[in-house]
Design a protein around this ligand. Structure first.
Ligand SMILES: Nc1ncnc2c1ncn2[C@@H]1O[C@H](COP(=O)(O)OP(=O)(O)OP(=O)(O)O)[C@@H](O)[C@H]1O
Ligand SMILES: [Mg+2]
Length: 251
């Protein structure tokens, strides 16, 4: 079943830049999808659209077969179905302290305080940042803030998880932990979409690759198919994969 379907989506920012052009795609439940493309190709804009943050000028967005209408009710449903970890944690982390930040979304959906505290413990542990629980957000590094944003999104337990360049700024240990988290999400049947510039990761982790260029979706297929098309990768400025190298070392 398709969890996400886009039909002929177009979006132009108020500044006049057209970031998405005639995008049609369909993503099935449980798929592991990488979203690739050079800087400015439209990856984050596509994530923002899927998260309901930006509204298309043209086209339809269907989620689990239902047309998304950008009304309050649909937005509330969407924020429980899709979790989006922004590329830049500074636009996502809202509270002054880590535990309060993770609690923010949970309290918004009306969870009891006991459940809120339980999820904070669980998801800070999962993302490997339990020791940051009581820290003030402004004292954290950029990489640590990315982990806080990730914990906050995962704590909402969405069915679809979208991560925009999640490995950027993470050190080796946290990257390995993130790979383990991604595996766990897939094993529990979630749909996972990761925007990345890392071809090696894409090739080894994903089922499916979407490649954008200049606001258009230029390739959409299994990673095996897409990465076999060397000429296409070159045209789209995507690095080829090096065989016999692995980035997936997590235990
Ligand atoms: N808030 C905004 N206002 C106006 N234009 C924007 C805004 N955000 C992005 N754009 C423009 O939309 C286009 C697509 O940008 P987007 O951030 O989606 O690309 P991206 O593929 O995520 O790039 P990167 O790899 O650098 O993160 C670019 O031309 C960019 O300048
Ligand atoms: Mg981006």
């Amino acid at each position: 079943m398709s969890v996400i379907q886009l039909c002929n989506i177009a979006y132009t920012y108020p500044s006049g830049i057209t970031a998405l052009k005639a995008i049609s795609l369909s993503i099935k439940q449980g798929e592991k999808v990488v979203l690739m493309g050079s800087n400015g190709s439209g990856k984050s804009s596509l994530c923002l659209l899927l998260a309901g943050v930006i509204k298309p000028d043209e086209g339809d967005y269907l989620i689990k077969g239902q047309r998304f209408r950008y009304c309050r009710k649909h937005r509330q449903q969407l924020c429980r179905s899709i979790g989006y970890v922004f590329q830049d944690p500074d636009v996502q982390v809202v509270a002054t302290h880590v535990d309060e930040d993770v609690a923010f979304g949970l309290r918004n959906i009306g969870l009891k305080e006991e459940e809120v505290q339980q999820r904070i413990t669980e998801y800070l542990e999962l993302t490997g940042i339990s020791e940051l629980r009581k820290k003030a957000v402004h004292t954290l590094s950029y990489g640590q803030k990315k982990q806080v944003a990730l914990a906050g999104v995962l704590a909402m337990e969405p069915e679809i998880v979208m991560l925009d360049e999640p490995f950027a700024w993470l050190d080796y240990r946290q990257s390995q932990r993130l790979l383990a988290v991604l595996s766990q999400l897939s094993e529990s049947g979630k749909t996972v979409i990761v925007s990345t510039h890392d071809s090696q990761f894409a090739h080894e982790w994903a089922d499916r690759a979407l490649i954008m260029q200049n606001g258009q979706l230029k390739a959409d297929g299994s990673v095996r198919e897409v990465f076999a098309r060397e000429q296409l990768l070159e045209e789209l400025d995507i690095a080829p994969v090096k065989q016999n190298m692995s980035c997936l070392h997590h235990s």
